[in-house]
Design a protein around this ligand. Structure first.
Ligand code: FES
Ligand code: FES
Length: 168
């Protein structure tokens, strides 16, 4: 006797703007936004670490605000705008000032956590153009890095803030 196949939930069409480009896909209602970005759109710069909202590696911008894409469903992004680390640099041979600052200050080692830090910092530096160190540390407290010890990351945030202020 063969076992009956488990019923699958009906797929739903979602339309999401990702890094300025509209994508319409049919997805299972249970599909995580992080898996949608990585597996449906091939945007593997969004990393998945803990998959339960602790490490911050999967951070993306959702309508301009930093969110953990492992805690959202793709269907919740229907009709919204998502930005991932792939959309951060202004051009193929250029880095965003925050990326440049991480490179200059050695704010990364293996780089696994880095996309999450960068995407956390975009709205933080928009709202705190001249942050104090305690504000920087609080802003980064939801992003875990197992390599750097954080000193260089904090230095990178200071440098990025200065660059962004200079650039107006
Ligand atoms: S993978 Fe989303 S918070 Fe860790
Ligand atoms: S640079 Fe390796 S986990 Fe942060």
């Amino acid at each position: 006797m063969t076992e009956a196949a488990a019923p699958t939930a009906a797929r739903r069409a979602v339309t999401v703007e990702v890094n300025g480009e509209r994508h319409t896909c049919e997805v299972e209602p249970r599909l995580l936004l992080s898996d949608f970005l990585r597996h449906e759109l091939g945007l593997t710069g969004t990393h998945v670490g803990c998959e339960h909202g602790v490490c911050g590696a999967c951070t993306v911008l959702f309508d301009g605000e930093a969110v953990r894409s492992c805690l959202m469903l793709a269907v919740q992004a229907d009709g919204h705008a998502v930005a991932t680390v792939e959309g951060l640099a202004p051009g193929p041979d250029e880095l965003h000032p925050i990326q440049e600052a991480f490179r200059a200050e050695h704010g990364l080692q293996c780089g696994f956590c880095t996309p999450g830090f960068l995407m956390t910092l975009v709205p933080f530096l928009r709202e705190h153009p001249d942050p104090r160190d305690d504000e920087i540390r609080r802003a980064l407290s939801g992003n875990l890095c197992r390599c750097t010890g954080y000193q260089n990351i904090v230095a990178a945030v200071r440098r990025a803030a200065a660059r962004l202020r200079e650039a107006g």
